[in-house]
Design a protein around this ligand. Structure first.
Ligand SMILES: [Zn+2]
Length: 408
């Protein structure tokens, strides 16, 4: 396999998590009786551009295109993040009723609704019908397409280049990252700004976040690799911010390569920090697997200990992270009784691979488990606050990543 960005032969495995079904392949009761398809879940690192990437499959685009309907608006924290972002970027770029904003992967309109409310013209690009429907219902215009050179060229020909092209949490999920990035350049007005947010590979390694790895998440990005991808596409990163979202993300500010704006010191500082951390050294990448294994083994030991002591264990958050963790650890229904999730579309279904049933959060009060594992550790605070009732029967919350920890 060759690097998706620079086409160098990939010889170094960063992480091998065995086999797993697509993380969003939730199963109905009937489907439990049928065979389930799994795929190797393996990441390689490119020793030239340092892009960490999933192993390739011939039908990857089809299988892992993420057509599962995840509605961004179900997370309060994410909604607040989007509102704050709109306010700050509007001020920074001086956006007004004469500006034009494009959001790539606009989902259910969770972000663009803020621009609509502020009277700033905008357009979402979103291929998933159910989320696009939801966005249009609240007055957010949507173009139902995948984003890349083809879509961006059509927008440019239609005189719809934007002052701001943003994508929060889409960049890592794009199969063809070069085509997507060239699309950003094409869809951008002269003097316009690109904003992308993505989980930071440096944090992933530092915080043992191996459970953020899944097939639909094609790239694991650092500023080092993104700078190279941008530059080849005719773009330049001119500023960055560090964000606490998704366990530690980077928000990058990009412009056309010959834009008059100077590159801020923040960019060089982060490149230096990444270098000092070892992101241009194979050793750091090759040392990650043993760290992931320790987290997995500690979690498994905890579950077995609870089982032997006769305590009941439930989990909260039937999302991709949980699926990766359960599947790598080989956890089944015998160790975790059920998983709660607020999304009605998942309730009554079963987790892919582990086949643990997904129930409504109201089941916690009925079944009163001794332990609740918070699978999406990045929103652990939000979850423990919402589900405080668990403490009323002596139940405790625990997280597995970055290390096994009881939440007090
Ligand atoms: Zn490469």
């Amino acid at each position: 396999m060759k690097c998706r960005h620079c086409h160098t032969e990939l010889n170094h495995v960063f992480l091998d998590l065995g086999y797993a079904p697509p993380s969003n392949a939730y199963l109905s009761k009937e489907a439990l009786c049928a065979p389930e398809t799994t795929f190797p879940l393996k990441l390689y690192v490119c020793d030239q551009c340092w892009l960490v990437q999933t192993e390739d499959y011939s039908e990857a685009d089809e299988l892992f295109s993420g057509d599962y309907a995840y509605f961004s608006s179900t997370s309060q924290g994410w909604l607040q993040h989007a509102a704050r972002y709109t306010e700050s970027i509007t001020k920074r770029l001086g956006l007004n009723e004469k500006s034009f904003v494009i959001e790539v992967a606009s989902n259910d309109g969770y972000l663009l609704k803020n621009f609509v409310a502020a009277g700033i013209p905008c357009l979402g690009v979103e291929p998933t019908d159910s989320t696009a429907d939801a966005a249009e219902k609240i007055g957010v215009p949507v173009l139902r397409k995948f984003f890349g050179v083809t879509t961006a060229t059509a927008l440019a020909e239609d005189d719809k280049r934007a002052d701001l092209v943003c994508g929060n949490n889409v960049y890592a999920h794009v199969p063809d990252i070069n085509d997507f990035t060239q699309g950003l350049r094409i869809a951008l007005k002269d003097g316009g700004t690109v904003n992308l947010e993505f989980p930071h590979l440096m944090r992933l390694i530092e915080q043992n976040q191996f459970d953020t790895v899944y097939h639909e998440h094609f790239s694991y990005l650092s500023l080092t690799s993104v700078s190279s991808i941008f530059s080849e596409a005719g773009l330049r990163v001119f500023d960055i911010e560090e964000l606490p979202t998704h366990g530690g993300s980077l928000r990058i500010y990009g412009c056309h390569i010959n834009d008059a704006r100077a590159t801020m010191p923040s960019v060089n500082e982060m490149l230096q920090r990444e270098k000092a951390f070892g992101l241009q050294d194979l050793k750091v990448y090759l040392g990650f697997q043993p760290k992931a294994n320790k987290v997995k083994n500690d979690f498994l030991a905890f579950l077995i200990e609870q089982k032997r002591a006769g305590r009941s264990v439930a989990a909260y958050g039937a999302a991709a992270k949980g699926n990766t963790l359960m599947n790598y650890a080989g956890i089944k229904h015998d160790l975790i009784d059920f998983v709660c999730d607020a999304a009605p579309s998942k309730q009554g279904k079963f987790m892919p691979g582990s086949h643990i049933p997904i129930l409504a959060p109201s089941e916690l009060a009925k079944r009163k488990p001794d332990w609740v594992i918070v699978l999406p550790w990045n929103i652990a605070e939000e979850v423990t606050q919402q589900q405080q009732q668990v403490r009323s029967w002596g139940g405790k919350f625990v997280i597995a990543v970055p290390e096994l920890k009881v939440l007090v």
